[in-house]
Design a binder for this molecule. Sequence first.
Ligand SMILES: *Cc1c(COP(=O)(O)O)cnc(C)c1O
Length: 423
Amino acid sequence: MLGNEAKTITPFESKVWLSSPTMHGDELKYVTEAYETNWMSTVGKNINEVESLAAKKVGCKYAVALSAGTAALHMAVKLAGVKPGDKVFCSDMTFAATVNPITYEGGVPVFVDTEYDTWNMDPVALERAFELYPDVRLIVAAHLYGTPGKIDEIKAVADKHGAKIIEDAAESLGASYKGKQTGTFGDFNAISFNGNKIITGSAGGMFLTDSEEDANKVRKWSTQARENAPWYQHEEVGYNYRMSNVIAGVVRGQFPYLEEHIAQKKAIYERYREGLKDLPVSMNPFDAANSVPNFWLSCMIIEPDAMCRQVRGEQEVLFIPEHGKSCPTEILDAIASINAEGRPIWKPMHMQPIYRMNGFVTREGNGRAKTNAYISGGAVGQDGRPLDVGMDIFHRGLCLPSDNKMTAEQQDVIIRVIRGCFE
Ligand SMILES: *Cc1c(COP(=O)(O)O)cnc(C)c1O
């Protein structure tokens, strides 16, 4: 079933992606340099350069280049001292890599509901979580889609309860809050250079810190935890998590273009906002007074009254088209039919089968019973809406094609197709 517009439009000849790598030429120069000087290893000039570029950009003392953002988060969880059975408060509406490293260490993620102002961890629900789980001493908070969360409020709650913060800035490199870059607010911080991020190495990530001791530990653990001895000597478990000097060459070539990518992403966001402004929808929100997002992904959310019926199971989805109304599924289908890529909002962790036994805290308190009732088809809120914020945004929201190589003309066509879904 397609919106009226989509039926009459010739699909784009080459696909418009959600967010794909954008290379500029310098990447190849640094990769070739690694090849020609034979530093085809996890040691070399590119690694040293990207570490200093990242530390300088975000404004921290040390950056340790790793194989992935997930590896950086794992190292952060180790540094925070998570032991089997320890509960950890986590962002709920995020990518699974934010929380899986807790599970690697035997920790138990407890999910904290989302707020509507920035689509990130709700500090009110976080305070509630400490009432229910007073022993927790660690929080993992992500900045979804490049939009900084309510950092001051989250930090105030953390300080009050003596908890440390792991900041997952994987999606938000270059975004700032009250003039400071994300990736500097946590006790332990991670960024990512995965292929779809604002700048990329094709893969890669970094651990960021002001602590020399922590940086040294991550350097050691990520290179198999070798002791200072003439032979391979080990006192601790190690990991093969260091960044390759080839990958670092790509990241090095990308860094000078971070601001350009952000400007392009911002223009995309603003063009959508303008083009959709008289529809019953809004864009993913941010706190304009205190933060500057990197606009990594443009998203939209449909007003409750303008939603046609949409039901999602664990693997499949159904919707009933209706005049003047639409839903994420209808819009994503229409966008796909013209050869462009959108995506549902990241499905909240508390709704994921793998974490269905884990705690989940909303402003009202324990949200777990309601979630399970909803998932089994029993409970919905007023006018058929889901019962918690994360579920609601997942139900009504979607990620729009946000590739920085998309032309204004292509974006106008996408906007027309979205408009057609509401006819
Ligand atoms: C991409 C991403 C990660 C993981 O980064 P990788 O480099 O892919 O391992 C972690 N958290 C969030 C929120 C992400 O979007």
